[in-house]
Every structure is written in structure tokens, then in C-alpha cells.
Design a binder for this molecule. Structure first.
Ligand code: SF4
Ligand code: MG
Length: 327
């Protein structure tokens, strides 16, 4: 079985005294072993909430799963007990975040923090666990790993710290890694190096990799498939090549126009006008219509269905077929 993860029609609400926010409104995506899925969208589109729900780390309250399914290797996660979820975290699925500094404990050496997993989950001695931690730092290409394992998080640069996080997440050899904006805090050159590293580790280990990002440019080289999210829904999914060649949804088009280009240095970036909707009050019809330059009357009334465009490609826009058949 190569299907690692299948998220189907996932619904999540956030409840507070101010009302109910429909944060996920039927998210579906899947990841197979050895492939990279990029989940793309602006902040607030539900990318991170989906990932947290997959990992079993959604804060409840305020977040409540109200429907859908998450299957890891066929096993339903939403009904698995907390003990089973904890067992799977680290061993089978792991997640890294944008801010490596706050994810690491400042008072312990990075080696100690990586070694903890080998000690407590593999029963290794402190000495063997530290040696394994150094191996992990070497695996993520931190030079001079045997020395650096004894250093504290603040002694590492942002990029090196993200490598430490990657090493820590892979210590127990998971086959699914979710990286939530792993390079957003880094400068462009370092971003590319981290992406290359993740891509290489994915290939060597046959892992499934989910890259969550708001920046299509960052994942351009490494994504096999892309799912674009808006207002808690997947609005377009496609293989990366087709999507870059011809986006099938106006929102994806907008995201593509906002990719910084080296040849356009100094030019104002075209970004999508307006703001994502408030999730307590999602507009009727197509949730993107207030911001869409193609919107017509039908868009204000009718929620667009997912149009199957063939070859695993689909778009939730009334005009999806027209969009992909443009010259
Ligand atoms: Fe724009 Fe209409 Fe397509 Fe929605 S359905 S993305 S409003 S054209
Ligand atoms: Mg996020």
C-alpha cells in the first residue's frame, strides 16, 4: 500500500462566545509514500488547522472536528484514542514548524533534545543516544556535527536551527513529514537549501512530504502535486506541472502573480485584492467571489462544485474548463 494519508471531507469549527467559525469546510487530500504534496494558500485558509488535525494536536476547545475522515495507512485517526495518536506521532508522522527557535528548549543542548527520543522511546543509554543525535545532525548536513551536538539552540543560525528541527522530527523514522511554512522565516538562499534538503530526505527515505506554504515560488521545484486552499476548502488540485502551466482557478492565478520574480526586481508585486473572508461569515455562492475579477452573477448565488478536469486535476470554479483551455 503506497497510500499514506487520506483526508476526506474534513470539517472543523472553532467555537467561542463570539460565534462559530467554519474553519474547515470539507477538506480532502491524500499523500502517497515518496511524494511531495504542497498545500498552498493565504494565512487563515485552513492549511495549518488541517495539519494539526491530522497530527492530533488541534487545540480542543476551541477547535472541534464536526465531520470527515483522516486515515493513516487505512487506519481511522479521528476515532483512534489519544494513546494511539501519541504512539504514531514521531514514530509514523511528524511535523515541523516555521519557528524552530520557539520549538526548541533554550536551556538544553540540541543533542540532548534529539537524544531524549532515543532514550525514552528506544530505551537507549544516554551515551548511545547522544551518538545517534550526532548522526542525525550529520544526516541533515550540519557541519562538524560531533561538536555542534553539544551546543544550545541560540548558537545556531536560523537555517541551521531548522535543520536541527528536521533532524529531531526524523529521529524515530516517520514515513510522513508535515512541514508548516518551514522556510518562511529564512532568507531566500537558505530557503532553497532547506527545500533541497527536505526533497533529498524525502527521496532517500521514501517518505510522504506535505509542504504547507503561502508562497508558490518556494515549492515550485519540489512539489509533485499541489492542493490550493481557500476559506477552509480545497479549491484546486493538480499535478504541479499542469498547475504552473495553466492555473484552473482564479485564486491560484492570483497566487501565481504574487510570486516574486528575480527578473522583476523592484517591481510592485501584484497581490490579490481584498482579504480572505471572516470564517464566521463566509460569503454565499463562491467564497472567493468578492475578490475575483472573473465573478459573474452565478458566482454570487451558486457554490461551485469541484469540476473534474481529468488526470487527477480538479477545480471549484464555475469556469474551470474555460480557464484550463486558454491558449
Ligand atoms: Fe471566480 Fe466565479 Fe470561479 Fe468563484 S466561481 S473563482 S467567483 S469565477
Ligand atoms: Mg499557518
Amino acid at each position: 500500500e503506497s497510500r499514506l494519508l487520506e483526508v476526506e471531507d474534513l470539517h472543523v469549527e472553532f467555537r467561542s462566545k463570539d460565534g462559530t467559525a467554519n474553519v474547515l469546510n470539507g477538506v480532502s487530500y491524500h499523500v502517497d509514500a515518496g511524494e511531495t504534496l504542497a498545500v498552498l494558500g493565504e494565512s487563515g485558509s485552513g492549511k495549518s488547522v488541517t495539519a494539526q488535525t491530522v497530527m492530533g494536536i488541534l487545540d480542543t476547545p476551541p477547535g472541534f472536528v464536526t465531520g470527515g475522515s483522516i486515515r493513516y495507512r487505512g487506519e481511522e485517526m479521528l476515532t483512534a484514542g489519544e494513546e494511539r495518536r501519541r504512539e504514531l506521532r514521531g514514530e509514523n508522522m511528524a511535523m515541523i514548524f516555521q519557528d524552530a527557535l520557539s520549538a526548541l528548549n533554550p536551556v538544553f543542548t540540541v543533542g540532548f533534545q534529539i537524544a531524549e527520543q532515543f532514550r525514552f522511546r528506544r530505551g537507549m543509554s544516554r551515551k548511545d543516544a547522544m551518538a545517534k543525535a550526532a548522526e542525525m545532525l550529520d544526516m541533515v548536513k550540519i557541519p562538524n556535527a560531533k561538536q555542534r551536538v553539544k551546543e544550545f539552540p541560540h548558537q545556531f543560525s536560523g537555517g541551521m536551527r531548522q535543520r536541527v528541527m528536521i533532524a529531531m522530527s526524523l529521529a524515530l523514522d516517520p514515513d510522513l513529514l508535515i512541514a508548516d511554512e518551514p522556510t518562511t522565516a529564512l532568507d531566500v538562499t537558505v530557503q532553497a537549501q532547506i527545500m533541497d534538503l527536505l526533497d533529498e530526505l524525502r527521496r532517500e527515505r521514501g517518505m510522504g512530504l506535505i509542504l504547507i506554504t503561502h508562497d508558490l515560488g518556494v515549492v515550485a521545484e519540489v512539489a509533485d502535486r499541489i492542493s490550493v486552499m481557500y476559506a477552509g476548502r480545497v479549491v484546486e488540485k493538480a499535478d504541479a506541472h499542469s498547475l504552473y502551466k495553466q492555473p484552473g482557478h482564479p485564486y491560484t492565478e492570483g497566487l501565481m502573480e504574487s510570486i516574486p520574480r528575480l527578473d522583476m526586481k523592484g517591481h510592485e508585486l501584484a497581490s490579490i485584492q481584498g482579504l480572505p473572508p471572516t470564517l464566521t461569515n463566509i460569503p454565499p455562492g463562491c467564497p472567493f467571489h468578492p475578490r475575483c475579477h472573473r465573478a459573474e452573477d452565478a458566482c454570487r448565488e451558486k457554490v461551485p462544485e469541484f469540476h473534474d478536469l481529468g488526470l487527477g486535476r480538479a477545480s471549484a470554479c464555475h469556469f474551470a474548463e474555460e480557464l484550463i483551455s486558454r491558449d
